[in-house]
Design a binder for this molecule. Structure first.
Ligand SMILES: Cc1cc2nc3c(=O)[nH]c(=O)nc-3n(C[C@H](O)[C@H](O)[C@H](O)COP(=O)(O)OP(=O)(O)OC[C@H]3O[C@@H](n4cnc5c(N)ncnc54)[C@H](O)[C@@H]3O)c2cc1C
Length: 394
């Protein structure tokens, strides 16, 4: 494991930090500034800020320069994630496009798709949604039912997607639909790139436990998609989807570690301030154990992230081993949140308590619950690690 960054990496860090110092106002780094703004206002501010950052050259850190990326190394990407988390910078408005679609298009897209998709995605000109899950198809994705029937030069699409992140702000959606009936469940599926600004596509928000509606349902009623807007070829949707999902894996979790560690520090401070059973929560032996336990897990996450970073910097493809990273960061995050909940009791759900403003930690505790579900639930990741990494019997 390599625990040093190179001189070139450190120069990049200083340069990016200086850019953030100048271009990310202090108030934008605080919850107080964002709280009074609506979901739509917040999204637009984040979108504009991310565009400005892209125009300054801080986007697609590891993506080739020919596609508008920075052509950097895995360590530069880790530094970028770390600095963004340290500055509490706005999270990306295009997470699905960046994590999944861009790398897939670079790998198997046509030249026209590469030109049309990648730069607009990096510059937030087009916001991408992912339309995989359906009411009857989640972990069991091959149960999907959405249909796309050829009509002239288009497909005519009918069906429903659910839990679609950015449903209310998406411009386009990469989605799985059945373009023919195959002998097996995985056959006859295609990945379509559908314009969401058309009469046949209706997005409805779903309110989350955090109070936000950053995901929703998307209904397709005789929606149209040109037949050349298929990624990976007609009928190859399952293979394309598996390739696409593999791109989320493999990155280190240094950005997540940095964010969760900042939150753990805040939780430890709260423990010194709030009263539990007539004394400070930090003096309670059980809560102290829980705090220490979650810190140990956090530090393990840090070293695991360094291990992954070293491996990817040496060109190693982590393959299914990368499921361990998703499992580890999401469960560690839950542990930090569970500790916070134990310290406050049921009051963890309220943003003001004993004279303290706890907005960020309340959101953290509520949001963390979703992280062991999306992108493949913790149970499903465990099965992947057991069967495909450790070779245990099914
Ligand atoms: C915040 C958030 C954002 C999301 N964004 C998107 C998005 O943008 N696009 C999109 O397509 N989807 C999105 N999803 C959906 C997400 O991918 C699914 O929720 C997830 O795949 C689980 O599917 P499900 O909800 O149908 O649960 P189910 O698959 O019904 O699972 C229910 C429970 O059973 C367990 N389980 C299921 N199968 C197995 C198995 N084989 N072995 C062991 N345990 C199993 C699961 O772990 C879970 O605990 C999002 C979800 C969340 C929470």
């Amino acid at each position: 494991m390599d625990l040093q960054f190179s001189k070139e990496d450190e120069e990049f860090r200083s340069e990016f930090r200086a850019w953030l110092d100048t271009n990310l106002p202090q108030d934008m780094r605080t919850e107080d500034w964002w709280r009074p703004k609506s979901d739509d206002e917040q999204f637009q501010i984040r979108r504009d800020w991310e565009k400005k950052k892209a125009e300054a050259g801080y986007c697609g850190i590891q993506w080739p320069t020919e596609f508008g990326g920075r052509g950097g190394s895995p360590t530069m990407k880790a530094i970028y994630d770390e600095e963004m988390a340290k500055a509490n910078a706005p999270r990306t408005v295009n997470p699905l496009g960046l994590a999944f679609l861009g790398p897939t298009v670079m790998a198997i897209g046509t030249d026209e798709q590469k030109a049309a998709i990648i730069k607009p995605l990096l510059h937030t000109d087009v916001i991408w949604c992912q339309g995989f899950s359906e009411p009857g198809a989640g972990s069991d994705l091959a149960a999907l039912q959405m249909k796309a029937v050829p009509q002239g030069t288009d497909y005519l699409i009918n069906g429903q997607k659910i839990w679609t992140t950015n449903a209310m702000h998406g411009d386009k959606i990469f989605t799985l639909a059945r373009t023919s009936e195959g002998a097996k469940r995985h056959d006859g599926i295609s990945m379509l790139l559908i314009d969401m600004h058309q009469p046949g596509v209706e997005a409805r928000p779903l309110k989350q436990i955090t109070g936000e509606s950053e995901f929703g349902e998307v209904f397709f009623t005789d929606a149209l998609c040109p037949q050349d807007e298929v990624l990976g070829g007609e009928g190859n949707g399952w293979m394309t989807a598996m390739l696409l999902l593999s791109f989320e894996r493999g990155s280190s979790a240094i950005g997540q570690y940095t964010e969760f560690r900042r939150q753990w520090d805040a939780v430890a401070q709260i423990a010194k301030q709030v009263e539990r059973d007539g004394k400070k929560a930090s003096q309670d032996p059980v809560l102290r154990q829980q705090l220490a336990n979650s810190l140990v897990d956090l530090e393990c996450l840090k070293y695991h992230s360094w291990h992954v970073l070293t491996a990817t910097s040496q060109g190693k493809d982590l393959g299914y081993e990368a499921s361990m990273t998703k499992m580890m960061w999401s469960e560690t995050f839950r542990k930090v949140s569970d500790t916070y909940e134990a310290i406050l009791g049921s009051a963890f759900q309220v943003p003001e308590y004993q004279g303290l403003t706890l907005e960020e930690l309340t959101t953290m505790a509520l949001w963390s619950r979703s992280c062991t579900i999306w992108g493949g639930s913790a149970q499903v990741q465990r099965s992947i690690v057991a069967e495909r990494v450790l070779g245990l019997p099914r």
